[in-house]
Design a protein around this ligand. Structure first.
Ligand code: MN
Length: 228
């Protein structure tokens, strides 16, 4: 069937060492997956089931044009996160088979309109406006598993204008990557092209226009974004 309006182009993430792109289907995010961040946000870090929210595929920012400061907020926070890109999926994936679904890994920032999120939390309302806004998730190139393996530990960090703001280790994740994939697949049918942002370590804080944000997961990927 022809389309009445032009269909949206697929969102493609660059792949390290390749000219072809990784086509994104859905973007899932994990909340409070590092104890130190749960504590800084006023929550108990005990191991409760992970919870999830989503961003839209076209919220991913893959160009080098910088992150445009979004409207209707005065408190945008950075959250550096390990990004997992899936090549296969399914429902009710056992933990032991979950890593077989992974195509590769990258690093990204879950930019958050913290003031809108605080209002939403207080009112028991959804987080969509706080999380799923335009360009809210800058991401690096995806590094295939054949190159990077399955990182279970490693330094994850973010700097603003060269100053360290966030620092943690992947081994501090409350829910490890196989567990995140397995839990997600009990709620949603996962599929090739799904991307998971796996939560942020402590040290989240505001950015302002002009800030130079750099972040990375050592041994996996790095990313540089200017707030404009
Ligand atoms: Mn986050």
């Amino acid at each position: 069937m022809q389309t009445i309006i032009p269909p949206s182009p697929p969102v493609l993430l660059p792949i390290k060492g390749s000219l072809v792109g990784f086509p994104v289907r859905r973007v899932y995010c994990v909340g409070r997956n590092y104890a130190a961040h749960a504590i800084e946000m006023g929550h108990d870090p005990d191991r409760e089931p992970p919870f999830f929210f989503q961003k839209n595929p076209d919220n991913l920012l893959v160009s080098g044009d910088g992150f445009p400061y979004p409207p209707r907020t005065a408190d945008v926070h950075h959250e550096v996160e390990l990004v997992v890109a899936l090549k296969s999926g399914g429902a009710d994936i056992p933990v032991e088979q979950a890593l077989d679904c992974v195509y590769g890994y990258g690093v990204g920032i879950d930019f958050t309109r913290r003031d809108l999120q605080a209002e939403a939390k207080k009112a028991g309302k959804p987080w969509a406006a706080a999380k799923a806004f335009e360009h809210s998730a800058p991401v690096s190139e995806i590094v295939p598993v054949e190159v990077v393996g399955h990182p279970a530990n490693g330094n994850i960090w973010l700097k603003v204008n060269g100053e360290q703001r966030q620092q943690g280790d992947l081994d501090q994740m409350i829910w490890k990557i196989p567990e995140v994939i397995s839990e997600l697949s009990r709620l949603f049918t996962l599929a090739p092209g799904d991307v998971i942002m796996t939560g942020t370590p402590s040290g989240v804080g505001p950015v302002v226009r002009g800030d130079a944000v750099t972040c990375g997961v050592d041994g996996v990927a790095a990313l540089a974004v200017t707030v404009r």
